[in-house]
Structure formats: structure tokens, C-alpha cells
Write a protein that binds this ligand. Sequence first.
Ligand code: GH3
Ligand code: MG
Ligand code: MG
Ligand code: MG
Length: 312
Amino acid sequence: INNDVSLMRTVEKLERDAHSRVPDPYRVLIVDDSKTQSMHAAQILNAVGIITEAVFDPLTLFEHIDDFQPDMILMDMYMPQCNGVELATVLRQLPQYDRIPIIFLSAEEDVAKQMAAMAEGGDDFLTKPVRPEILVATVQHRCKRNRAMRTWMERDSLTGLYDHSHILQRLQAELHRAERQKTHLSFAMIDLDKFKAVNDTYGHPAGDRVLKNLSLLLRQRLRKTDIIGRYGGEEFVVILPETDAEHARQVMTELLHAFKDVRHPVGEKDIQCSFSSGVAQWIPGEAASDLSVRADTALYAAKEQGRSRVEV
Ligand code: GH3
Ligand code: MG
Ligand code: MG
Ligand code: MG
């Protein structure tokens, strides 16, 4: 079996799939001090395939957001520790949480108080008891609109990968998670080798084709929990949660070999490319910026030592 051919087929298949893919189920974080209330809403949403997670203690909200990555939050207004409107105010002041829709679900019938909640960043207000169809329709609408908005705000248009600023936000969230769960995390930077020559020889569209193929390969080969971004023009990064440097090096080396085998169609002929990669394992307590500087230093070493290689 010719591995190159099967790989190109997979790349083409991935591209087709990307257009006809069933979207991942929506994820809703339910913030309510009452287990009964929260379970009731969860049952209604779960019945239509929405994934839910419950937060009973609002003070742990940020941990839940980082770990669960919700499409939206269903927020109770009155809780003993702090109220939902205050929580919304805090969320709206933090850029990484600012775009998450908040739907208030509360027994509060005072319209002035409902309006005050909306003024603090609520996107909808539903009063309990809510009709299940209304809850489902409102939640699905918010999730759908938000995904559409996030796609064009956070994703790079050529490759569909997370863009520079969003990948840094995800890195921050993953570092918080690694800190709490005391797990390893590795960060890899990828830079295409002699890519200027590809553009100069075959033209910019051919270069773009190579960038697209690399992004498809990364999505195909990496785990679902790995987070991939396009850092700049021909630079990519991968966040590998729960992965130490040695394992990350193996993963990146396998990717490197797979990528070198890909034949990128350019007019009549095919071209092949390689990349260099620098890997750094996060040191507990280390800032995201220091981690990425170490990965960049390793990448520079890979280039210095002849390219088409992975350095830690
Ligand atoms: P090195 O092995 O040292 O990384 O060499 P290089 O030629 O890849 O490095 P350099 O940084 O000099 O060139 C990067 C090139 O990447 C320059 C630019 O033409 C190309 N490039 C950057 N962004 C894009 C893009 O979006 N599309 C295409 N086709 N080319 C791009
Ligand atoms: Mg309550
Ligand atoms: Mg570069
Ligand atoms: Mg380069």
C-alpha cells in the first residue's frame, strides 16, 4: 500500500468532511444553587442532545468554564454566595469570557430587575417555570449564533484553525487546568522549511495549498483534546494537554514524517515540503509567554541543526 497516496486521499476526505460535518453537540453550563432546578433544566436540554454541566458553587465558575468550554451559560439569579447578575458583570469584564452568551433563568418577575440583569450582559431572560420548548429553542438559538460568530472571530480563514490571539487564550485556560489537575502539558511550535522558496518557485496559491494540507494533517493526526492554531503566516502551534516533552517529541516527529510524505498537487506535478518544530514542556508555575519563548528557542535550534527535525 502506498502510504503517500492513502494520505492524500485522507487529506481530500478531511476537506470534504469539513464541509458536511455534523456539528459537535452544544455545551451548556448551568449555574444554579438548587440541584433540583439545575437537574430539571439539564434533563430538558439533554433530551435534545445538548451536553450540560452543573455549577452549584458560583465561586468555581471560572474553573468550570476553562475545563468545560461551554457555548453558553444558563444562569440562576439568586444564589446564597453571590448573585447571577454580579457574576455576569464579572464575566463581561474579562475578555476571554466576554463573548459567552448568558441566559438568565429565574423566578424573578419584577421587570425592572429583569432589565437590570440584561443591562449587565444577559442575552435573554426566561422566567421559571419555563416551558421546555421555549428553553430548548432559546438555548439552541444562542448556541448557534454564538458558534457562527466565534468561527469568524477566532478562526483563521485559510485553515480554519484558531488564530494567534485565540490560541493564546486557550493556552492560558489549559495552563490553569494543568495547574489544578497537576498534569503535564507541552507546547509545540511548527515553522515550514524554506517556505519562501515554495512561494517564489510555484506561486503564492501553491504555498497556500501546502498550508491548508498541513492544517488538515494536524487535525487528522492529533488527538481531539490537542488544540491547534495558526500562529502566523507559515507558523503553527499545538497545545498538547496531559503530555510530557518526550511524548510530545514523538508525536511531532511522527507528524513531521507524515507531512514530508504528502505530495502537494501544483499544476501538473507534486511538491513535497518539510517543517521544523520546537517543543517545550510546561514547568509548573511558568507563565504562558515564557513557555512559548522556550518552544521558540527549541524551534530556532531545529532550524540551526539543519531543519526538518524536532528539538526539545
Ligand atoms: P526557514 O526554513 O528559515 O523558516 O525559511 P523560510 O523561507 O520558511 O522563512 P522566512 O521566514 O524567510 O519565510 C517565510 C515565508 O512564508 C515568507 C512568505 O512568503 C511565506 N508566507 C507567510 N505567510 C504566508 C501565507 O499565508 N501564504 C503563503 N503562500 N505564504 C506565506
Ligand atoms: Mg437560586
Ligand atoms: Mg517563519
Ligand atoms: Mg519558515
